[in-house]
Design a protein around this ligand. Structure first.
Ligand code: LLP
Length: 415
């Protein structure tokens, strides 16, 4: 994370001392760099500027309105997976014509709403969904734009929980059935076939699964073309990994070029991507305060005020996230190999294991790479209000979500 640096032992995010931000906004605190987020989206966009394309930010990675607004102003498209995400992104100023709707369980109300606002495309994940969309579109007297999300059955070589393109995964329509489902879709009165869609998994650090999947999708595209079914866009999904520790992910431009080269003979086809993590992960940090240190037997714990409720990735996927001190002590603190644990009553509430740190009570720590699937997966487990979120850029820092109040914890409940 290039925008983090130490000056006289103190951590700065851009030109802001992280300690001062924590003092002003409290902890736990998410901090995001707006300039970084925009630049990452622009990298995708520019890599494709010689042909028709749309970069649809997958808002599940981080759906704060300020981030969505910032990207919408750049002309971004968005990939959504629920009506909640649809309403959120519209509220942030997105153009409905640039929204694609993924997700395996689209309800009647969700489909109606998406048809009424006029989204770009439904990424259809099953035959049953196709027929539901046809029925609703007919009722509303609208034509529904669709892609089929194809499960290309390739191994994304990532954590099994975030791999989605294997035959046994619940996502998409199997490659073997795809052709027949397209044929069936072509017969439906209120369906317009617009594209082919795929997404094989997340945190991919190798190129080959992307290329294997692209080959299969393009073969299907060619087969459909021969059959008179003209596909206007191909959506290659998201999935590009980032560096949390020592992974060496592809550069955005290399991924995009490798895929778009495969379509040089089809310049009329619009290319879509749905990146999430690679836009926001390394834009964000979670700042947390050490409440206590505890040394017993051979164990050294730093018990901090953020937990799996705020950032579930380490607990859920065993994800390694870098944890760094906000003030490097000159110091007389003894360094220990700490387990950084949260306040939650679960043994899995661990943010990092065996981290060599010289820290004491009330120190601040920053968890890096926390911009993606951090706040968006946060919960109120153990009745902890969710953290505040702050945006920084070269000009200012500002609160983009206030810390939840205790009252908000029981909003909507009755005795
Ligand atoms: N498109 C679809 C249909 C998706 O399901 C996803 C992510 C994306 C795009 C964006 O993928 P990305 O570019 O962010 O890899 N919570 C997990 C990651 C789950 C990803 C779910 N789908 C984690 O924290 O690692």
């Amino acid at each position: 994370m290039d925008f983090l640096n130490y000056r006289s032992g103190k951590l700065y995010a851009l030109d802001y001392p992280v300690e001062a931000l924590a003092e002003q906004y409290g902890t736990p605190l998410y901090i995001y760099n707006e300039d970084y987020i925009k630049n990452r989206w622009i990298k995708y966009d520019q890599a494709l500027n010689n042909r028709k394309h749309l970069i649809c930010y997958a808002i599940k990675a981080n759906s704060n309105l300020a981030i969505l607004h910032s990207l919408a102003k750049l002309g971004a498209g968005f990939d959504i997976v629920s009506q909640g995400e649809l309403e959120r992104v519209l509220h942030a100023g997105a153009d409905p014509k640039k929204i694609v709707f993924s997700g395996v369980a689209k309800s009647v109300t969700e489909i109606e709403r998406a048809l009424n606002v006029g989204i770009k495309c439904f990424n259809v994940e099953s035959e049953a969904e196709l027929y539901r969309i046809q029925a609703i579109a007919k009722q509303l007297n609208k034509i529904a734009p669709i892609s089929l999300r194809i499960n290309p059955d390739v191994d994304a070589k990532t954590h099994p929980y975030i791999s989605t393109g294997l035959r046994e995964n619940k996502f998409g329509i199997s490659y073997q059935l795809a052709y027949d489902v397209y044929r069936a879709a072509a017969e439906l009165s209120h369906i317009s076939i617009e594209g082919i869609d795929c997404h094989i998994g997340s945190q991919l650090t190798e190129l080959s699964p992307f290329l294997d999947s692209a080959d299969r999708i393009i073969a299907l595209f060619e087969q459909l073309k021969l059959d008179g079914i003209h596909i206007k866009h191909i959506d290659f999904g998201g999935g590009l990994g980032v560096c949390y520790k020592n992974e060496q992910p592809l550069e955005i431009v290399d991924l995009v070029n490798a895929i778009s080269e495969k379509l040089v003979n089809y310049p009329e086809v619009e290319i879509l991507f749905e990146p999430g993590r690679s836009i926001v992960a390394n834009a964000g940090l979670l700042v947390t305060k050490v409440e206590y240190t505890k040394h017993q037997d051979d164990n050294h714990f730093a018990i901090v005020d953020a937990g799996m409720n705020d950032l579930i990735r380490p607990a859920l996927y065993n994800a390694w996230m870098n944890i760094i001190p906000v003030n490097k002590h000159e110091s007389n603190e003894t360094p220990y190999s700490y387990n950084i644990v949260g306040p939650i009553c679960e043994s899995s509430d661990v943010l990092g294991k065996n981290r060599q740190l010289a820290i004491k009570q009330d120190d601040l720590l920053a968890i890096c790479g926390a911009g993606a699937y951090g706040f968006s997966m946060a919960s109120n487990y153990n009745s902890h209000p969710r953290p505040a979120e702050v945006m920084i850029n070269s000009l200012e820092h500002r609160l983009i979500r206030k810390r939840e109040t205790f009252q908000s914890l029981w909003d909507g409940e009755t005795i």
